[in-house]
Design a protein around this ligand. Structure first.
Ligand SMILES: [Fe+2]
Ligand SMILES: [Fe+2]
Length: 254
């Protein structure tokens, strides 16, 4: 990457098209896009989100756990029925070419982008370790890039915007575009500009997401679940207002 080049870093969109559109509109111009996974599922605007992603055509897209599930419905058989219904609805909204594209997302590893060496990981580490959050032990972070020399590691999955320095390595989570979990109703992302990293946020119109959720007919069978999704979205806590998200929110994380 030359000093003048700009890299947009996005992660965890989860089918929130309006949030992604706000990020694109705010930044307008970028030379590269890194996407760290969890694209369209599970969210109420999967097709619209996929279309926007296709338009910005990330240089590297890392496979997220919710991307992997799109190509294989058999993975959903152990899910609670309301989640299985939501996910099947998401899959039904997508062209098979879109599913093929998402199913071809890259594995975690070291990548070169514009002369910059970056290790990229979705952030879903072995279950024996705490997920990489601001108060997690170093081991959680080190499990992502074991044996790699690269000093810069980008990851997502935990939906919190933060940075952890360990020795000569820097682990950066740009936060979640479509489903932040710290009580803030905005989209989180990051950029590299002039060789420096900047964590950013942008607010957006939440009504299209709410209207899209309202229109998902198969979920009418689960009114409490629909309410829970709506309340979580409006609270800015995504998957529920509870610890540790409330604590991170109070500590000022996005
Ligand atoms: Fe995610
Ligand atoms: Fe994830």
């Amino acid at each position: 990457m030359t000093k003048s080049e700009k890299i947009l870093v996005i992660s965890d969109i989860h089918g929130n098209a309006e949030a992604l559109r706000a990020v694109i509109n705010k930044e307008k111009y970028f030379d590269y896009v890194i996407f760290l996974g969890d694209s369209v599922a599970t969210g109420p605007q999967p097709a619209e989100t996929a279309e926007l992603l296709l338009a910005i055509d990330p240089d590297i897209s890392i496979m997220g756990n919710h991307d992997r599930e799109l190509g294989d419905r058999s993975r959903l058989s152990n899910w609670p029925p309301e989640w299985e219904t939501y996910m099947n609805w998401c899959i039904d909204q997508l062209e098979s070419s879109t599913i093929d594209l998402i199913s071809s997302y890259q594995p975690s590893g070291q990548y070169k982008l514009g002369g910059l060496n970056v290790f990229m990981h979705h952030g879903d580490i072995p279950k024996s370790l705490p997920v990489p959050l601001p108060d997690s032990p170093n081991e959680s972070f080190e499990s992502m890039d074991k044996g790699a020399e690269c000093p810069l590691i980008l990851f997502g999955h935990t939906h919190i915007q933060f940075l952890r320095a360990i020795g000569n390595k820097t682990y950066i989570n740009p936060g979640s575009v479509g489903q932040p979990r710290c009580g803030n109703r905005h989209a989180c992302y990051g950029i590299f500009e002039q060789g420096e990293y900047y964590a950013r946020q942008v607010s957006y119109d939440q009504r299209p997401w709410l209207m899209a959720l309202e229109k998902i007919e198969p979920l009418n069978e689960y009114p409490d679940f629909k309410d829970w999704l709506r309340i979580g979205f409006l609270s800015g806590y995504g998957i529920g207002k509870r610890d540790p998200w409330t604590r991170f929110g109070l500590e000022g994380y996005y």
